[in-house]
Design a protein around this ligand. Structure first.
Ligand code: GLC
Length: 784
C-alpha cells in the first residue's frame, strides 16, 4: 500500500486550511425564548441553548432547521429549571446563572463562556460554529497557551493531549498499539481543559465519526463530526473533580460492583477444557494466591456459537461452576455479538424468525465474518433485540454465572473496514438510522442489554460486566479493559495515562491486560505489571493463544513470590478500594487518578505519566522498565510517607527512590489514613479484621474521608443496608484525633469494630477516638 511507503509524505499532500471550507453560522437574525430554551436563528443555521444545572449548559446547532435536540442516548437527566438572568443589548445577548455567564455576540454569532468569577472558560474568535455541504458540523474554539487537555476516553499516548488529534470511531485494533494508534475500541467524545489550576469540560453528544483537533489550527482547537447536530455541553468545573462530577451527572455513574469483581481475575485465550480450568484454579488454591474470577474465552463454546458450551471440552459447566464457587472462584464467560449463520442453531433461527438482526433498508440481513465464520448481529439499537438478548443470558445465569465479558462489540468484523457496513439501517427504537450514525453506540447498547438482563436474572445479586467497546455512558453498565495490548514494557508504560484518562472520562472501572495480551511476557515484566495491576481498578491477567502462559507461577519461584505478594496486597487494600468504588458510584470520581486531580495548581503534575494516585492520599510510582531499580519520584505539596520504609519525604520535590523487584514505591500523605484488611483464604474472603492505618501528622493536618462497606454482593444497600462512616482525623503536636463525624446506613459488619493503628506517632502524642483518650488497643466499635 502506498500510504505505508514514503509516498505518504510526497510534497503536495499537506492539508489545506480546513476552516476555510466551512459555512460560518453567520449573524443572528431572530431570537426567542420558549420555555427554558433560548433559540437563535442565524443566517446559516439555528441554535438552541438550555441549562441542565447552573454549572452545565447545552448548546445545539442545526445547519438547516430547528435543533431536534435528540442527543445520542448518553445523557440521562432532562434539563432543570435554572434561574437565568437575561440581558440583551444591540450586539450582545447575555445569559447568567449562579455559576456561568454566556456572552453571545450577534454579528456574527460567537459565544464566550465565563465562570462565576468572570474567568473565561470557552471562547470563539474568528471562527465559531460551522458546517459543510457534506453534512459535517464543526466548532472552533480559542486555545489558551496555558491549556492542557485530558479525557477523550481510551486513547494511546501521554496524559496531556495538547497537540494531538483524536478520532472517535470504535475500532478493533489488534496491532499495533503505538502512541499514535487511533482510534481504539472506545469512543468518549468528552474532554477536560485545565488552565492555571482551573478546569472545565466539554462533552460532544454526537455518535457519528468525529474528531478533536488540538494540533492543526494554531491557537484554536476544533471539534467536528461527519453528521448530525452540533450538540455539546459545557461544564463549569471549577476543578477537575467537579468537571468529572458534572460529566457523570449527565452520562451516569458506575453501579457499585460486587466485591468479587474488584478482586484478581485470571484469563487466557483460552483455557480450553474444563480440566484445564480446574487445574488453573487448583494451582491458585494450593499456592494460596488470591483469585476471584477465571474467564472463559471463546473456546468454551461449540464452534464459537454464543449461548452454547462445547460438549466435549466443557461437558458439565454447571458442576464446574459449582465446584469453583466452593473454592471461592467465579466464572465469567465471553459473549461476542456475532451469531453464527447456521440454520440448525436455535439462537440464529430465533434471531431470523423474530427479525432481531441488523439489516439493510432493503430487508437483507447484514452478514460479517467473525470467530464463528459468517455471522449475523443483533440490532441492539432496538428494544426488542435488547430484551431478547438479555433473556438469552438465562443460559448462563441459570447455572450460577454472575458476570459476562463482552468482546468484539465495536462491532469488529474481519474485513477491510474492520466493522459493519455503514449503510446498515438500524431500527433504533422507532427512529431508524444508519450504522454510520450509530456505529459508536453498538457496544454501549449491547452493554445495556446485557447488564439489564443479568440484573433481572440474578435475584438481587449484583452483576459484573466487562466490555471492550463503548461510548459516553458505558460506565453505567460495564467495566472496560483496554483491549489487545502486548507484553511490552512500553505497553505497561502507556497503560497508566490511558487508564487515567478513561477515569477522567467517567469510566472508573478499568484496566489493561496485566502481563500483556499478545507477545511473550517474562517474569520481570509480569512482576512489575502485577505491582501496577494491584492498584488499577480492574485487575486481570490475560494472554493470547500462541504465546507463553502467564499465570503467576510460570516464571519460577522468585517471580511467583513477588506476584503473589502483590495480588495479596490488592486484597489487603480491599476496604480502601471498596470505599473508592462506592465514591465512584455516587460521584463519578475515578479510583485511579492523575496527580493533577488532587493538585491542580501544581504544573509538575500536568503531564506526569508514570505516577498515579489511588483516591486522594496515595501515590504510586511503579517501576516501568526492565532492570531498573531506581527511579525519580515527584511528590507534590505536603509530607509523604513511604509505606515500606516509613521514611518521610517533603513534597514539591523529586527524589530518587530505590525499588528492588520485590518493591513498589508507594507513598501516603501524612495526616491521612487508609483502610486495610488481611488476606485469609480463597474459600472465605470475608474481612475478618479491618484496620484504619493513620499516618500521624503533627501540624494541624486535617483529613476527611468516607469509609464504606456493605454485604458486597446484593442490592440490599439500596434499602439502607450499608455502613458509611465519615471520618475526620486531626493531627496536632499532642494528639491524633479520630472522629466519626457522620454515620449512615444500618449495616453492621461481622468484624464488629475497626482497629485504629497510628503509624509514626511521636512521643507525647495521644490517640483520641471520638473524644476518648485511648491507651494500648485502640478501636472503633461498630455495634449500634
Ligand atoms: C479479542 C479480545 C481478546 C480475546 C480474543 C479472543 O482479541 O480482545 O481479549 O482473548 O478476542 O476472544
Amino acid at each position: 500500500m502506498l500510504e505505508d511507503t514514503s509516498f505518504a509524505i510526497h510534497p503536495g499532500t499537506e492539508k489545506q486550511n480546513e476552516a476555510a471550507a466551512y459555512h460560518d453560522i453567520g449573524s443572528v437574525i431572530d431570537q426567542e425564548k420558549v420555555d427554558d430554551t433560548y433559540h437563535f436563528t442565524c443566517e446559516n443555521g439555528r441554535i438552541a441553548i438550555c441549562f441542565y444545572t447552573d454549572s452545565i449548559v447545552r448548546i445545539v446547532m442545526n445547519p438547516k432547521e430547528a435543533p431536534k435536540m435528540k442527543g445520542s442516548r448518553s445523557v440521562i437527566p432532562e434539563p432543570k429549571h435554572v434561574e437565568v438572568r437575561e440581558e440583551i443589548t444591540s450586539d450582545l445577548h447575555l445569559l447568567h446563572t449562579a455559576k456561568l455567564r454566556l456572552s453571545i455576540s450577534k454579528s456574527p454569532f460567537r459565544m464566550n463562556i465565563f465562570d462565576q468569577e468572570g474567568k473565561e472558560l470557552v471562547a470563539e474568535g474568528e471562527h465559531g460554529m460551522a458546517w459543510r455541504e457534506s453534512g459535517e458540523i464543526a466548532v472552533f474554539k480559542e486555545m489558551d497557551v496555558a491549556d492542557h487537555f485530558y479525557g477523550f476516553g481510551e486513547k494511546a499516548g501521554f496524559l496531556d493531549k495538547r497537540g494531538e488529534v483524536y478520532e472517535m470511531w470504535n475500532t478493533d485494533v489488534y496491532a499495533p498499539h503505538n502512541p499514535e494508534t487511533d482510534p481504539l475500541y472506545e469512543s468518549i467524545p468528552f474532554f477536560m481543559t485545565l488552565r492555571k489550576g482551573k478546569a472545565h469540560g466539554i462533552f460532544f453528544d454526537n455518535s457519528y465519526r468525529s474528531w478533536f483537533d488540538m494540533r492543526s489550527f494554531g491557537d484554536r482547537y476544533a471539534y467536528r463530526a461527519e453528521g448530525g447536530e452540533l450538540d455539546y455541553y459545557v461544564m463549569a468545573g471549577p476543578g477537575p473533580k467537579e468537571v468529572v462530577y458534572q460529566y457523570t451527572y449527565l452520562t451516569g455513574r458506575m453501579p457499585l460492583p460486587p466485591k468479587w469483581a474488584i478482586g484478581y481475575h485470571q484469563s487466557r485465550y483460552s483455557y480450553q477444557t474444563e480440566q484445564e480450568v480446574r487445574t488453573i484454579v487448583q494451582n491458585f488454591i494450593d499456592r494460596d494466591i488470591p483469585l476471584d474470577v477465571v474467564h472463559l474465552d471463546i473456546h468454551y463454546m461449540n464452534g464459537y456459537r454464543v449461548f452454547t458450551f462445547d460438549e466435549e471440552n466443557f461437558p458439565n459447566p454447571e458442576q464446574l461452576i459449582k465446584d469453583l464457587r466452593e473454592m471461592g472462584v467465579r466464572v465469567v464467560p465471553i459473549v461476542d455479538p456475532g451469531v453464527k449463520k447456521d440454520p440448525e442453531y436455535p439462537v440464529y433461527q430465533e434471531g431470523v424468525n423474530k427479525d432481531l438482526f441488523c439489516k439493510y433498508l432493503e430487508g437483507d440481513i447484514y452478514f460479517g465474518d467473525v470467530w464463528p465464520g459468517t455471522s449475523a448481529f443483533p440490532d441492539f439499537t432496538d428494544e426488542e433485540s435488547r430484551t431478547w438478548w438479555a433473556e438469552k443470558h438465562r443460559f448462563y445465569t441459570d447455572i450460577g454465572i454472575e458476570g459476562i465479558w463482552n468482546d468484539m462489540n465495536e462491532p469488529a468484523v474481519f474485513n477491510e473496514t474492520k466493522t459493519m457496513d455503514v449503510q446498515v439501517m438500524h431500527r433504533n427504537d422507532g427512529s431508524p438510522a444508519t450504522h454510520r450514525e450509530l456505529h459508536n453506540l453498538y457496544g454501549l447498547l449491547m452493554g445495556k442489554a446485557t447488564y439489564e438482563g443479568l440484573k433481572d436474572q440474578l435475584n438481587g445479586r449484583r452483576p459484573f460486566l466487562l466490555t471492550r467497546a463503548g461510548f459516553a455512558g458505558i460506565q453505567r453498565y460495564a467495566a472496560v479493559w483496554t483491549g489487545d495490548n502486548r507484553s511490552f514494557w512500553e505497553h505497561l508504560q502507556m497503560s497508566l495515562p490511558m487508564v487515567m484518562n478513561l477515569g477522567l472520562s467517567g469510566v472508573a472501572f478499568t484496566g489493561p491486560d496485566v502481563g500483556g495480551f499478545a507477545h511473550h511476557t517474562n517474569g520481570e515484566l509480569l512482576a512489575r505489571w502485577t505491582q501496577v495491576g494491584a492498584f488499577t481498578p480492574f485487575f486481570r491477567n490475560h494472554s493470547a493463544i500462541g504465546f507463553l502462559y502467564q499465570e503467576p507461577w510460570r516464571f519460577g519461584e522468585r517471580y511467583e513470590a513477588v506476584i503473589k505478594e502483590y495480588i495479596r496486597m490488592r486484597y489487603r487494600w480491599m476496604p480502601q478500594f471498596y470505599s473508592l468504588f462506592a465514591k465512584a458510584s455516587k460521584q463519578g470520581l475515578p479510583v485511579m487518578r492523575p496527580l493533577f486531580m488532587e493538585f491542580p495548581d501544581d504544573e509538575k503534575t500536568y503531564n506526569l505519566n508514570d505516577q498515579f494516585m489511588i483516591g486522594d492520599n496515595v501515590i504510586i510510582a511503579p517501576i516501568l522498565a526492565p532492570a531498573v531499580v531506581d527511579r525519580a519520584v515527584y511528590l507534590p505539596e505536603g509530607e509523604w510517607i513511604e509505606a515500606a520504609s516509613g521514611k518521610v519525604y517533603q513534597g514539591k520535590q523529586t527524589y530518587l527512590i530505590h525499588a528492588e523487584l520485590e518493591d513498589l514505591p508507594l507513598f501516603i500523605k501524612k495526616g491521612t489514613a487508609v483502610m486495610q484488611t488481611e488476606w485469609t483464604s480463597n474459600q472465605d474472603k470475608s474481612w475478618k479484621r479491618v484496620s484504619m492505618d493513620i499516618y500521624a501528622g503533627e501540624d494541624e493536618e486535617r483529613y476527611r474521608f468516607t469509609y464504606y462497606d456493605d454485604d458486597g454482593e446484593t442490592f440490599a444497600y439500596q434499602h439502607g443496608s450499608y455502613l458509611e462512616l465519615e471520618v475526620e482525623i486531626v493531627s496536632t503536636k499532642t494528639a491524633v484525633n479520630v472522629e466519626i463525624v457522620n454515620r449512615n446506613g444500618d449495616y453492621v459488619p461481622a468484624y464488629g469494630q475497626i482497629d485504629v493503628q497510628v503509624i509514626g506517632r511521636k512521643d507525647g502524642q495521644d490517640v483520641i477516638i471520638n473524644g476518648d483518650k485511648m491507651n494500648g488497643s485502640n478501636y472503633l466499635s461498630l455495634a449500634e
